[in-house]
Structures are given as C-alpha cells and as structure tokens.
Design a binder for this molecule. Sequence first.
Ligand code: FCB
Length: 450
Amino acid sequence: MRCHWRVHNSQLSYNIVVNKFPNNFIWGAATAAYQIEGHPDEAKRGLSDWSRWKAVMKPTGKGLAVKHIEHLDEDIALIKNLNLGAYRFSFNWATLHRGPGVFDKEAIAFYKTLLAKLMPVKAFATIVHFTLPHWLAKRGGWEDPETAREYANYTQMLVDEFGDYISHWITLNEPNIFLWFGYESGIWPPGYKNAWDRYLTAFQGMLTGHKLAYELIKAQYPHTPVGFAQNLYHFEAEDELGAIGKYLRSQIHNYAFIEAAAEMGALDFLGVNYYTRFKYKFNPEAYDSANTKLRSKVWAELMPPELETNDLGWEINPEGLYKVLTAPKLKWILGDRPIYITENGYSCLEDKKHPGIHLKNSKSREALLDIEDSYRVDFIRQHLKACHRAIVDGVKLEGYFYWSLLDNFEWALGMEPRFGLVHVDQQSYKRSEKDSYKYYADIAKTNIVN
Ligand code: FCB
C-alpha cells in the first residue's frame, strides 16, 4: 500500500510517502556458482566452457572468483544478517557433472552443507547459470540434442539429492543473454558471431532442456514452483522505424522463450532480471550493441544512454523496470503467474567513484573501496519504488533479489565490476559490508522502502 500522510501543526508540514510491501513479499539476494565459488578443479582443470574461455579476457581472479567454497560459513552469516527470506544461488553443472552418469560426490556434499546451513532461509536454486561442462560444450553445447538429455539427467540428480530443500527451481538463467552474447555478439562462449542458424538450434536445445526439467521436477515435487530467469530490457524506439529493432528485440529477446515455456505448460513463475533500458534507431548498417566491432544483422542502432549510468555505462532507469513489469504483453503471456525480480543491481568500478584508490601500496585502500556506496543505496531505493508502484497497479510481483550478495566475477568484464552488497578484497578475500548492505537489511526487516 502506498500511503500519503500529511501531519499539520503550526510549525511543521511533513509529506511522507511510505512504500510498504505486502507482508509475504520475499526479500533476497542472488549469486551464481562460477561467479563466486572458486572451485579448485575449475581453476586447474578447466571443467567448463568459461574456465577455458577466460584466457582471452580481462583479469579473472585466476578462476578463483571470490572463494565462496572456502568462505561458506561467513557468506551464510552474511545472508542471515541481511534478514533475507530467500537466497538465490546456482548449482555448478561443470563441477557436479563430470561425464555421462558421473556425478562428483564432493561437489554434492558442498551443496548439502550449503543448503543445511542456509535454513530457514528459502533456497531459490538455479540449475544452470550460463556455464556448461566442457565435455558437453566441446561437442556443440546446447546445439547438440544430447545436451538437453544430459541436462535432464543432471536435473534428476539435483532433484533426488536436494529436492526437499528447494523452495523454487529456476531451470535456466537468461537463455536470451546466453544466446545473444554466445551466438550473435560472440563475446561469450561459444563465441559465434551473427550465427543465427546456430542461435535457433541452441534456442531449441535450451527450450527442450527446460521442458524436460520442468516435467521431472513436477513428477517428484508437484507443489514446488518451477520457472526460469529472463533478462528483460525495456526497449524503446528513437524514431518511427526504430520500432522495427524494438519489436524484433522485444519478441526475440524478451518474450519468445517465456511464451514458449508458458504455452508448453512449463512455467509456474517468471524470474525477471532487470538492469537497463535500450533505445534503438533504425539503421541497417548498425553495429552490434555488445560488440562494437561487429556489424549487426538487426537493423537497429543502440542510442547512447540519456540518463545517469552506472560505471559500466548502463543507464539507470527505474521507470523501465516499472514498464517491463506492467507491459500488457507480459501480462498476456503470464496471466496469473507470479513474478520475482531475480536480479537487479548496480555496478561500480572503484577507480571511477574514488579516484586514487588504485594507488600502489596504499594501506588505506580497503576502507575506501565502494563501501560508502550511496549511489547503490539510491539505485535500490528507486528500483524498489518502481516495484512497489507495479504491485499497487496490480502486478503479481512476489519477491526481489538484489544482484549480488557479493562482489564477484562479472563474465567478459572480469573481476573489475563490483555489484555486491558486500565488498570482497581480491587479495585477502576479506568481506566487508557496504552501506547498501545495511540499507537493504533494514528493508528486509521492516518491509518498508523510503
Ligand atoms: C546478468 C547475469 C548475472 C550478472 C549480471 C550483472 O545478466 O545473469 O550473472 O552477470 O548480469
């Protein structure tokens, strides 16, 4: 409920807008396995497509990410002290599934411990967050129908081992980003550029995997909700013909996978990952928006941001989140299914916000690093207000997960971008709570954003 109170007396006039969320609203934070774990076999033996791919990229923390496996107890305590109702994490397909029918006992034991310690915080489990086991990637990844079958075998193992602990299953994270960056822009594995034939085949592979996983989870746990997480941009057109790019992107990027999953009867809820708005201008000669050296096949040129951006240049646009959530097309597809914001976050590149912190030998480095993050506090406040408006306007939004609990490995951008509520020092792996951590802990406790 949004309440307006005006308290009058001769001296004072307050106008307080209280954004109180529904009582059962779920407050959470999200992470993903490869971005935080630092599994020793990943670092040494290259178990996944990403651990082999990273050689050509920016600093990666040597595959150790933020050593979550070693810091499990501390990280669980950070989750609990945040007053969270739920934690979104992902299983690591590559460390768990070492070959056909071969599952790693130690990796299974790690997640058993994690889930036992996490209780009573609800577990939102992502089955695959981008990374593929190398043995599947090298024979075609999602383009090979065998991958969907192996993904189903892997899911069956997860359900047998962990089914009792999981509150919500997220089969796949952002099939749309995986396909865009892996088969169109070529900046992520498998690294194909404008390979639309492969794109479509991999799309079908992922959809097949999703459907198989949905069915086998429901066969054992009919009451456990199963969905997936999609990256939704708010797309706009700069000019009349820009509607062509906007339309194509909205359909292919935002809605196609959701619509297919819903139509197949394989969707109980939708996870929405929201970061920014994209505005397009018609241009058949446009360059790819994620790979500036590549001519795009989509006749849409991405316009520069118009509003303030985060340090990665992503426009901060909370209104876009409201628009994404209230889009009639989404309502039409989802009907009465609930939505969770499964990711939303702000990234800082430390040196931009605090010039000078990269000075060598500075003893005070740590205290300065993105800890007094009023910009992140503001980002969260504005986006939660947008969520609140959407709820007031009838959207069935039942939870919000901030991305991310911890600073972590940000894919092609390496270890530099920091999205965390918790700062992680890249030498000592020391965790420090940022101001946004305290701000968010208070929201999770009171259910109120102001
Ligand atoms: C999303 C990914 C997540 C993280 C954020 C910043 O696309 O799902 O892993 O990298 O972006």
